[in-house]
Design a protein around this ligand. Sequence first.
Ligand SMILES: O=C(O)C1=C[C@@H](OP(=O)(O)O)[C@@H](O)[C@H](O)C1
Ligand SMILES: C=C(OP(=O)(O)O)C(=O)O
Length: 450
Amino acid sequence: MTSAEKILWSAPSASRPVTADVRVPGSKSATNRALLLAALADGPSTITGGLRARDSVLMIDGLRELGVDIQAGAGHDAPEWTVTPPEQLRGGDTGGVARVDVGLAGTVMRFLPPVAALADGPVYFDGDPYARSRPMGTLIQALRDLGVRIDDGDRATFPFLVEGTGTVPGGLVELDATASSQFISALLLAGSRYERGVEVRHVGGPIPSQPHIAMTVEFVRAAGGTVDDSEPGRWVVAPSVLNGRTWAIEPDLSNAAPFLAAALVTGGTVTVADWPAATTQAGDALRHLLREMGARVELTPAGLTVSGGAGVHGLEADLRDVGELTPALTAIAALADAPSRFTGIGHLRGHETDRLAALAREINALGGDVTEEPDGLLIRPQALHGGVFATYADHRMATAGAILGLVVPGVRVEDIATTGKTLPDFPAMWAAMLAADDHDPSAASARVAG
Ligand SMILES: O=C(O)C1=C[C@@H](OP(=O)(O)O)[C@@H](O)[C@H](O)C1
Ligand SMILES: C=C(OP(=O)(O)O)C(=O)O
């Protein structure tokens, strides 16, 4: 165990209903798609409001390694980048290799190898130790089927070498995306630049995280690409030039979950600013999911306002489309007045950690009753007590622990810094949200900068 993992963060409890206005940083999924499409475009792009956190820094560093020029503009609170693609994506030159660290970022480990295949030399990929446990074999095989040479030493995981030759034949590929929607997104994002484009056919059970595929299609079209998604389970991207453009990134609605959960579980009111009226982000489902769990939910030009006070209810829901919301919803469910059952989320075993096992283990260690099911979780609320909440390098485990800590005294979250995967300074944001009512009980709100 490293020293970071041993550090325990005492999750603050809420001394009264949380009342705050919160601004969350840009969407991880949107930021990394915009960076990648900008790198494949025929001219410079500008990205405003993007996320600056570990996952996007890994994407930026990986693209720079491939020869993409990325210049940071404005300050930390409002990241802005100018992205200038090279004439030719760069691999290692004679005797050398380009090196990409994917960390534990699904969007980097799945989205960059199809881009590296367009580089003019070898590109070596590796990541955090746990990256080797996340599903990769399907994507490696799909790239081979599209004409890319990959040396993975028959491991079907990291480390591996993409032997870029400057061009990718492309064409038809069949794959099973039941383990991750990111296999499909990865090929659609790069496919415009393949000689024959790409036709992806899914063969297998239901695909998870479909809103993320819809986001990919939306982004490729916004860059000037052509995507035919008229037939379920089949996507055709025509070969085409992608355009440089300005990308304005929406706030990360999935990262809004713990803050909105704070309103529900403490009977307070939290507004998340700049909530889009229409979006492909999976987190938008919080509007109906939190309502079903007992919140009052209102979308106004000021943002999304969630209020608690009428109890926290159990919920039966298929979360296949919105799996990344599971840790926050499970924390809420553990505090509810009736059991909850979440289904359609077997693929969460391949996320940052096995999230079904981790949630059950850690909530049960606090006195809870969470049972793992083959494709989900059964949560029977119990009176919880304090204790250590382990996080397994999973940012959403850490924020789930923070939600529980609001109403369960003595929760100590291991390695809170792991939230830095997608949130630049979660402990400060959380403290500011709580200080909003601690310091000025009469104030209707206080602003929390993201
Ligand atoms: O494409 C994306 O940006 C994502 C897709 C989803 O992955 P899975 O389909 O593997 O669940 C989601 O859970 C992840 O947080 C981000
Ligand atoms: C599954 C997630 O991330 P990744 O992009 O690493 O797959 C997540 O953020 O919940």
